[in-house]
Design a protein around this ligand. Sequence first.
Ligand SMILES: Nc1ncnc2c1ncn2[C@@H]1O[C@H](COP(=O)(O)OP(=O)(O)O)[C@@H](O)[C@H]1O
Ligand SMILES: [Mg+2]
Length: 243
Amino acid sequence: MRQVIAQTKNLHNLAEVGQALSTRTPDLPGIGLIWGPAGHGKTTAAAWFRDRTDAVYVRAQALWTPSGMLSAICRELDIMPAARCSLMLDTIVERLATTQRLLIVDEADYLLRSGRLLDTLRDLHDVSSAPVIVIGMADFRRRVASREQFAGRIAQTVEFRAADLDDVRVTAEACCEVELADDLVERITRETQGSMRRVKVALSVIESWADRRGCKRVSLAEWGDQPIDGTVGAGRKPTGGGR
Ligand SMILES: Nc1ncnc2c1ncn2[C@@H]1O[C@H](COP(=O)(O)OP(=O)(O)O)[C@@H](O)[C@H]1O
Ligand SMILES: [Mg+2]
C-alpha cells in the first residue's frame, strides 16, 4: 500500500473550512466545528491540512486541565510552558494575534468534560481573533450546541460523512498498488459502510492477496466470496468464481 492521503470529499471540505476561517475578517466569529464517527478520516484530514499550512494541531486528552491544554499549545508554538495559566494564555494570545495561525483541537469531545477548558479556548479565540477548529465525534455538534457562548462563535461546520463510491475509488487509486474493478470497489463501499479505516483494511487485504498471485487487477468475480475485513479467511482460495 502507498502511504498517501486520498483526496476525498471530507478532506476537501475540511480544507475549505480552514481557508474560509483563515481569510475571514477578524471581527467575525472564527470557530469551525468538524464532527463525524470514528474512522471517517478526521484526524488524517486535519494532519494533512496542518502539513500544508501553518496551522497548529493539538490533540485533547482525557486528563487535560486548562494548564495541560495551554502547555500543549505552547509546545506546538515553540513557547516554553509556564507554571501560571494566565501567563501561558497571555503569551499564546499574543503569538496567535500576531500570526493568526489556525489552531486545530482534535478529540475535542474531551473539552466538554469541563466548562473551564471550553471557556479557556473561547478566551483564546476571542482575544487573539485567531481561527480555531474543533474536531469531535458523531454527537459532538449536538453537545456543543448546549454551550451557548461557544456555539455562538461557530461560523463553519463540516460533517464527516461516510465515504461514497467516488471516495473509495479515489482512495483505491491513490493507495492500492493493484487495480480494482468497479464492482469490487462497490462491494468495498457497501461492506465498509464508508469507514475510511475499514476501506484501508479492505484495500490492504485485497492487495496482499493479489500480490501473492502476481495479479495486477482484481474484479469482484476473481475475489469471489472471500471476506474483505481481514479477520477470517483472507487469502484463502475463493469458493466460487475465483482463481
Ligand atoms: N484521506 C485519507 N487517505 C488515506 N487514508 C485515510 C484517509 N482518511 C483516513 N484514512 C485512513 O483511515 C484511518 C482512520 O482515519 P482517522 O483519520 O484516524 O479517522 P478519525 O479521526 O475520524 O477517527 C487512518 O489511520 C488512515 O489509515
Ligand atoms: Mg481521530
